[in-house]
Design a protein around this ligand. Structure first.
Ligand code: SF4
Ligand code: SF4
Length: 341
């Protein structure tokens, strides 16, 4: 059972939600893209359905809504510190099934990866409700089917966009009351992508071994990758950050601690006290990312970290394909070439 709602009435629903919710969706920023005269599609607050860019894939993922690029954790002076605060409002995020599956990976990293929960993530995450955007067909570079993330069931609203109307399945009881006031009841079931143009064969994690770390397959990436980190920043499931203490100019003994996204491809990411740097060459960074996404995360938590959104492949300026890289690992293992010897 679902509701069919005109865009005009859907805007009334958004209007009625705005006092209680911050509403985020993929939004087009004109002429803000990577090349001149291109647009950027990223997540931002929206007020009307017309602002939602649902026909194209967003370049950035929705993770920045609950895990911002820069986030103040606390303020300090010489004697005390004060934790930062967040808005009281609940959060509604329009996102696709790969990204809902990606959120589960972030939940695992921030909330289940050790004895302590990340309170800065948790305080935003517990406010979130998901609006699943139906994907009727696959975008370029998507390989969600290979990564089992083409479907999701942990959403509060499922939505199909058409030019002048939407059809919604509403699971959340509070939200259902609002939708009943505006929509006509119809039979409705969300569709999902059943096949991508590009298929990825993820290697069996039991076939991977430490020896594979020395395989020549990684050498290509030392030559091609430029360590720009774009693949990390657009990734739905990359969760690494660094921290910065910012001292205020007018009183350097007070300031704030922020966390800022970082990534395994970026220079100095592995720098340590004493001048140690563990992954200097760029191929070893590609190896680290690949192994994390399809091997060691899976070994610990029982599913691959990568959800196949394809954003890393969309954005790499060197046309390095992470999807092709996974296939290369599988092919190399099939040929029995774990090492170079
Ligand atoms: S590694 Fe690439 S395809 Fe996989 S989740 Fe990250 S951005 Fe998406
Ligand atoms: S986007 Fe491409 S070039 Fe940039 S760090 Fe990632 S793999 Fe390397």
């Amino acid at each position: 059972m679902g509701f069919e709602i005109t865009n005009k009435d859907f805007n009334k629903i958004l209007e009625s939600l705005k006092d209680e919710y911050k509403i985020y969706a993929p939004k087009r920023f004109y002429k803000r893209g990577r090349f001149s005269d291109t647009d950027l599609i990223r997540y931002d607050e929206i007020k009307t359905i017309e602002e939602i860019e649902y026909k194209e894939k967003s370049q950035y993922s929705p993770k920045e809504v609950i895990y911002p690029i820069t986030q103040t954790l606390f303020y300090f002076n010489e004697d005390e510190f004060k934790e930062s605060t967040v808005s009281e409002k609940k959060i509604l995020i329009f996102l696709r099934s790969c990204d809902i599956n990606g959120m589960r990976r972030l939940d695992t990293i921030f909330l289940e990866n050790g004895p302590y929960k990340d309170v800065y993530y948790q305080r935003l995450r517990e406010k979130v409700k998901f609006v699943l955007i139906e994907c009727s067909e696959s975008f370029d570079n998507c390989f969600c089917v290979s990564m089992n993330s083409n479907k999701a069931d942990n959403y509060d609203i499922g939505i199909r966009f058409e030019d002048n109307k939407v059809t919604c399945e509403v699971k959340d009881d509070e939200l259902k009351k609002i939708f009943e006031a505006f929509g006509d009841k119809v039979e409705f079931e969300l569709d999902y992508v059943k096949e991508n143009k590009f298929k990825v064969e993820v290697p069996n994690k039991d076939d991977l071994s430490v020896e594979f770390f020395n395989n020549k397959v990684w050498e290509e990436y030392s030559k091609r990758c430029i360590a720009c980190g774009r693949c990390n920043t657009v990734c739905m499931t990359c969760s690494c950050f660094t921290t910065q203490d910012i001292a205020y100019e007018e009183n350097p003994s007070s300031g704030e601690r922020r966390r800022v996204w970082a990534g395994c491809h970026i220079d100095k990411f592995t720098n340590m006290a004493g001048g140690h740097e563990f992954r200097k060459d760029y191929g070893s960074r590609m190896r680290f990312k690949t192994m994390h996404k399809i091997y060691d995360y899976n070994k610990r938590f029982g599913e691959n970290m990568c959800v196949g959104c394809g954003r890393c492949d969309d954005q790499c300026p060197q046309y390095i394909s992470f999807a092709q890289c996974i296939n290369k690992v599988s092919e190399t293992l099939k040929k029995g070439e774990a090492t170079n010897e």
